[in-house]
Design a protein around this ligand. Structure first.
Ligand code: GLN
Length: 304
């Protein structure tokens, strides 16, 4: 398969879409990003890379970080994680509060904000230096040592993070947040502020495409069963109230972030990452979704 030619074709085909969509502006630092950026990186398990556009430019991974949070929490706390966060699609926006009240403080899944906030709380309870150890985990998964938080982005989100604060307070009232509210929020904003390139994210997600085992370091980050569950949650909940649409159009487990990134995997085959900052109404990269749809259609590769 001529993957390189396919990626170049896709970059051309989505070009007219780059001006559509809206860059996330509820985080003021993200609103400054140039809208017409586009990068794509494909990494196969046999280590062949294919890339196009701005694939080596750092961007804010935002909610893609929720996959790393969950993987680390499951590695530490095992199945206990799923007692405090459910695994059902929410069908609501990523920052919605409504279901928390009738679910008595148990978030619908770990990939909406409320769920990731509970996972952050678990990491605080189980690690001596959660901020440092999380970054170390992401670096190790990627095979690097220079991935960092962007403090300006975290501070900018904190300034206007009233809905996330409301969620933590509500969950605390039901006893599902065990640590200090400010500490949970600060750490969650830091986790979301990590900056990576398409290339770096593809390396990290290749570990998931390899069922949780490092391709380079052979380290077992997740058992096969832990991986299966995380991949299932990516497929059913990775795109909030557009998870069905993503499965329908693309057909891969994946995760998006409001920085405009999407990381997806075909287990046993490849990881693929796309970045285009213009978001659709559901908060997912508009051209990014189209690019991945074109990729799985042109290559007839999906989990189905
Ligand atoms: N940090 C963002 C928030 O909490 C993450 C949301 C996202 O990427 N969907 O709103």
């Amino acid at each position: 398969m001529d993957y390189q030619r396919i990626l170049e074709e896709i970059a051309d085909e989505v070009k007219p879409l780059l001006k559509n969509g809206v860059v996330a502006n509820y985080i003021p630092e993200l609103a400054k990003i140039q809208q017409d950026k586009f990068g794509m990186y494909l990494l196969t398990l046999d280590q062949e890379p294919y890339a196009v556009g701005d694939y080596d430019e750092k961007f804010s991974i935002q909610s893609i970080s929720k996959v790393f949070m969950l993987a680390m929490a499951v590695g530490k706390c095992k199945e206990k994680v799923y007692r405090r966060v459910d695994v059902e699609p929410s069908g609501d926006p990523f920052n919605s509060l409504v279901q928390l009240e009738y679910e008595e403080g148990i978030p619908r899944n770990p990939f909406i904000n409320s769920g990731a906030l509970v996972v952050t709380d678990m990491l605080i309870s189980n690690l001596s230096d959660p901020r440092g150890e999380f970054l170390e985990y992401v670096n190790k998964l990627t095979g690097q040592d220079d991935i960092r938080y962007n403090e300006k982005v975290a501070a900018s989100e904190k300034l206007l993070g009233f809905k996330n604060a409301a969620m933590v307070n509500l969950m605390k009232s039901y006893g599902n947040i065990h640590n200090d509210i400010e500490e949970v929020l600060d750490l969650y904003f830091d986790f979301c502020s990590i900056e990576m390139t398409c290339h770096e994210l593809a390396k990290a997600f290749r570990v998931f495409a390899n069922h949780g085992k490092g391709v380079i370091d052979s380290h077992r980050y997740l058992t096969k069963s832990q991986f299966k569950r995380i991949a299932a949650i990516m497929l059913t909940c990775g795109f909030y109230d557009e998870a069905g649409e993503f499965a329908f159009r693309v057909g891969l487990p994946g995760k998006s972030g409001v920085g405009g990134g999407i990381a997806a995997i075909l287990p046993n085959e490849y990881s693929i990452v796309v970045w285009s900052p213009g978001l659709n109404r559901k908060g997912n990269s508009l051209a990014g979704m189209k690019a991945l749809e074109l990729f799985t259609t042109k290559t007839t590769s999906s989990i189905f």
